[in-house]
Ligand binder design. Sequence first.
Ligand SMILES: [Fe+2]
Ligand SMILES: [Fe+2]
Length: 348
Amino acid sequence: MRRNKRLSGEKAYSILTVDDSPIMTSALSDYFQRSGYEVDTENDPVAAIEKVRNGNYDILLLDFMMTPICGDKVIEEIRKFNKDIYIILLTGHKSMAPPLKTLRELDIQGYYEKSERFDQLELLVESCVKSLKQLKTIREYQEELNKAYETMNDNYMEMIHAMRLLVDARDVYTRGHSDRVAALAVKIARRMGMSEEDVRQIRLAGLFHDIGKVGVPDGVLLKAGKLTDEEFDVIKQHPEKGEKILEALSFFKSVAPVVRSHHERIDGKGYPDGLKGEEIPLESRVITIADAFDAMTSDRHYRKSKSVKEAVSEIEKNRGTQFDQKIADIFLKIVQETGTEDLDKYFK
Ligand SMILES: [Fe+2]
Ligand SMILES: [Fe+2]
């Protein structure tokens, strides 16, 4: 008894057999139908192209010598719109076969010299079926992977959103500060020619640079008057607190050191580690400038905002002491292009 290619619940593989001899197509059709395949036949090579275009075949058994066009021409046309169908080229007598070079150049999976018996052809078809099954499995895995990636990405975006709300919830006066710092820092980073991955890190670091403030008591964070030294010391803990929070989340781990160092100064007088110059992570040096610019141009509960011009000249004045000279220069170039009229432009 012939094996059936249709396993339970599985669709039968479909074959289109194309030959200008109806005797040949009907012999092939009988043979492969008995083997459990779905078989369709076509005796006109031009009509066969349209059949492939409109049908859903897995395997094409294609005669080479046909009129008005030969098998190689049919393949050429089919490959313009279908790269998936497996093609086995059938030739009559050896002397009529296309040269090996032509066969190699054709995008086909097999080549078969016609004979009375089709068992060798059946083996070729079976190996196509095996590849098709493997391909299907690979595609299914790929789809699952893509779905898993999408879910992960959704979770990630949700977490970012939740954390942003958390940062903003603490202090109405600084609401939007993190978004603005992230936007400006990204602008500077792009201008510096950073890679897209580094820019992504900068954006995250900008969004969460002050997340450690969730650990600062309201009495200190929201105090209207001048802070005492002790209170200021508490505020100064926010970069380390932020680092701890971000370190706990694998998604954000890589930006934790950037956040730790966002209040360092080039001259070593910053906190928490008193790092100098290039000891400070590059990303932190970018965030520092964006952070200072936004802080100066926003109203805070303890002071009024500076104008764009005043804030810019403050950054210019402190190049090489508080701010990285080169990064500050890049920021100043952005200022030249953006002008000082419209503050919002810096965060777009
Ligand atoms: Fe900060
Ligand atoms: Fe900040």
